[in-house]
Design a protein around this ligand. Structure first.
Ligand code: IMP
Length: 204
């Protein structure tokens, strides 16, 4: 019988991401500790796909840890239909290599200025890659469809949150509480898929 996972190393140097993943684990009822990578090796996110980038981050961290470690990596972004799916996998660097999220938000707002409501469809996408001691890779995807608001609205969240109105809502991601966002967000849905798999596999 598989033994339960107690701890997952997250392939990021970003403490905010660890907190968010820990909250998702708690909300999914998983007794798991998510820890930040002590030494996340530098990884160029250059594969051109969400899954490719997530795998690259997970494998890079896995190689630095003891063989029995579980590693999780994510990659995500916003895909705008009128822009042929851009910024997509390049979401973090849309306004330049420095990865300035305020500049990214400004750029997307400007690029979409004047585009009519019926052409403002967009979706957020997230891929999670989990690698266990046996080296097997498990991928989980989450998507949240919506539209882009004409101007940024709301002060919560991060990145493109103020511009994105999820389907079925009148408010942007940045106007939702973290708990409400997690229930419907791309990352929340990918995490729910992973949580269901862990439970079904008696790993959590
Ligand atoms: P990464 O997954 O850390 O590579 O980040 C991808 C980029 O997509 C982030 O820098 C944000 O700009 C954007 N992004 C991903 N998820 C979200 C979200 O939930 N809200 C707002 N922006 C997001």
């Amino acid at each position: 019988m598989a033994s339960e996972i107690r701890l997952i190393h997250l392939a990021t140097g970003n403490a905010h991401k660890v907190q968010e993943m820990q909250r998702l684990a708690n909300e999914s009822g998983l007794a798991l500790e998510i820890v930040v990578a002590k030494k996340m090796p530098p990884v160029e996110e250059d594969t051109g796909t969400f899954i490719g980038n997530a795998r690259k981050k997970a494998l890079a961290l896995k190689a630095t840890l003891p063989a029995d470690a579980w590693v999780l990596a994510d990659d995500s972004g916003v895909c705008v239909e009128a822009l042929g799916g851009e910024p997509g996998v390049e979401s973090a660097y849309y306004a330049g290599p420095q990865g300035d999220s305020a500049a990214n938000l400004r750029k997307l707002t400007d690029v979409m200025r004047g585009v009519p409501a019926e052409k403002r469809a967009a979706y957020f996408f997230c891929v999670l890659v989990l690698i266990g001691p046996d080296g097997a890779e498990h991928g989980f995807e989450g998507r949240c469809n919506g539209v882009l608001a004409p101007e940024p609205r709301g002060g919560a969240g991060f990145g493109y949150d103020p511009l994105f109105i999820p389907d079925g809502f009148a408010h942007t991601y940045a106007q939702l509480s973290e708990l409400d966002k997690n229930k419907i967000s791309h990352r929340g849905r990918a995490f729910a898929g992973m949580a269901a798999w862990l439970k079904a596999s008696a790993l959590a």
